[in-house]
Design a protein around this ligand. Structure first.
Ligand code: NIG
Ligand code: FE
Length: 411
């Protein structure tokens, strides 16, 4: 049979082949490893994966690449990013070093609100340029699909502007984007009461976004001092009623019942989950809500506490990993996140790989990516390392040598 491309003699291929639903518990260790493997690609899809001898017997390819000593994995899926923003907040890093907390900075009008001011002032074109540069970096570091949130516009026109930027980038950039409306990210300066702002999002913004087809998900920063669980529930119920799927920033700084609410509403994911307790873990395991863990955030906040990943895995909850890319936690690298997941949350390299590929794809409701199987999109990476355990081990450098997106080499 004919193929366009055959990558052969790979030291390891991690196919992540397995059940279609997100992996939980012990399943998270199963990465579908093939030694001395080959991948064959036809058009934009994987047509065969297996031992090199077998694949070579069955396929004649136009282009052959020898990947001896290298490791092939699915492209990373980054299921939680605040991709669209203008400006930067390196000044706040110094405040944090001197002991200010994230919430203190926000209460003084910095943090999210400072990024809102610069994002509101930015033209669409300028936002596209800035986000596009970040997407280039993400792609070079192996991310082939990412969720992207609005949330630095807050008012209707600026939120729509940011979602339109995501729409444009999705057409022009090789990284596939999944758009999320996060209007309820902070109380905008033109409102005094959180309840009134939630009413405004419900009555004025969500219907228009849904009608224009600008978002697939609705998210909310459910947190003490931001939006409480009842306000968040009201917003998410409206989002569901107009056909949006829902995801929740929950239990990041305090546990005020947000992950519980996420499980009760059947959200696809609860995200952050640093303060999540055992009861909520059981509820999310039961409802199939995926925990998207963001270890870059406590790292940048210099916190000692990280999400209880081990407890989640032991209690059969599905776990995914993401960067949380935003001006407070500016990294485009899922490799760095894997390092933090292993070192700070004691995930094993295999679990972290599953969480950054297969489970991350499920956390954005995609089943044509995240694994290397016949018929799936040919989104994969060639890493210049002999096995996947090098990913957390050789930290803060880029181990990605080649990136294939829908069968085409893009890096
Ligand atoms: O997920 N916590 C809320 N939102 C973002 C941070 C946004 C910002 O600080 O600009 C997060 O960490
Ligand atoms: Fe976030």
């Amino acid at each position: 049979m004919k193929a366009d491309l055959l990558i052969k003699n790979c030291a390891e291929i991690h196919t992540l082949k397995g059940p279609r639903r997100a992996r939980r518990g012990d399943e998270m260790k199963e990465t579908g490893k093939v030694e001395k493997g080959a991948v064959a690609v036809k058009d934009d899809k994987i047509t065969a994966v297996g031992p090199t001898e077998e694949v070579e017997k069955n396929y004649e390819a136009q282009e052959m690449i020898d990947a001896s000593g290298k490791t092939v994995i699915p492209g990373f899926v980054d299921p939680h990013t605040h991709l669209i923003y203008s400006g930067s907040r390196e000044d706040e890093l110094e405040m944090k070093i001197k002991g200010k907390t994230y919430m203190e900075i926000l209460e003084e009008g910095g943090g999210i609100l400072s990024t809102v001011r610069s994002t509101r002032k930015s033209s669409k074109q300028r936002l596209i340029e800035q986000a596009s540069k970040r997407l280039d970096t993400m792609l070079r570091h192996g991310t082939t699909t990412a969720e992207a949130k609005s949330g630095y516009g807050l008012d209707k026109d600026n939120e729509i502007k940011c979602l339109e930027v995501i729409e444009e980038l999705n057409k022009s950039h090789p990284v596939d984007l999944i758009p999320t409306y996060l209007g309820a990210h902070s109380l905008p300066p033109e409102f005094d009461q959180t309840g009134d702002y939630i009413d405004f999002c419900i009555d004025e913004v969500i219907p228009e976004i849904a009608e224009k087809g600008l978002a697939e998900y609705c998210d909310v920063f459910c947190e003490k001092g931001v939006f409480d669980a009842d306000e968040s529930r009201r917003l998410l119920q409206k989002a569901k009623a107009v056909g949006l799927k829902i995801r929740v920033h929950a239990d990041e700084i305090e546990n005020i019942g947000c992950s519980r609410m996420a499980a009760e509403l059947g959200a696809i994911s609860g995200e952050h989950l640093v303060k999540t307790g055992e009861e909520e873990i059981r509820m999310m395991a039961e409802s199939g809500t995926i925990g998207i863990l963001l270890p870059g955030t406590p790292f940048m906040l210099m916190e000692e506490e990280y999400a209880p990943a081990r407890k989640m895995i032991e209690n059969d909850m599905a776990v995914a990993l993401a960067t949380d890319l935003n001006p407070n936690c500016w990294t485009e690298s899922m490799q760095m996140i894997i390092t933090l997941a292993c070192l700070q949350m004691k995930m094993t390299p295999s679990e972290a790989l599953t969480a950054a590929t297969f489970n991350a794809a499920r956390a954005v409701d995609r089943d044509d990516i995240g694994s290397l199987e016949e018929g799936k999109k040919a989104d994969f990476l060639v890493l210049d390392v002999p096995n996947h355990r090098h990913i957390p081990y050789r930290f803060a450098v880029n181990l990605v040598e080649q990136v294939y997106k829908e069968g085409k080499r893009v890096v």
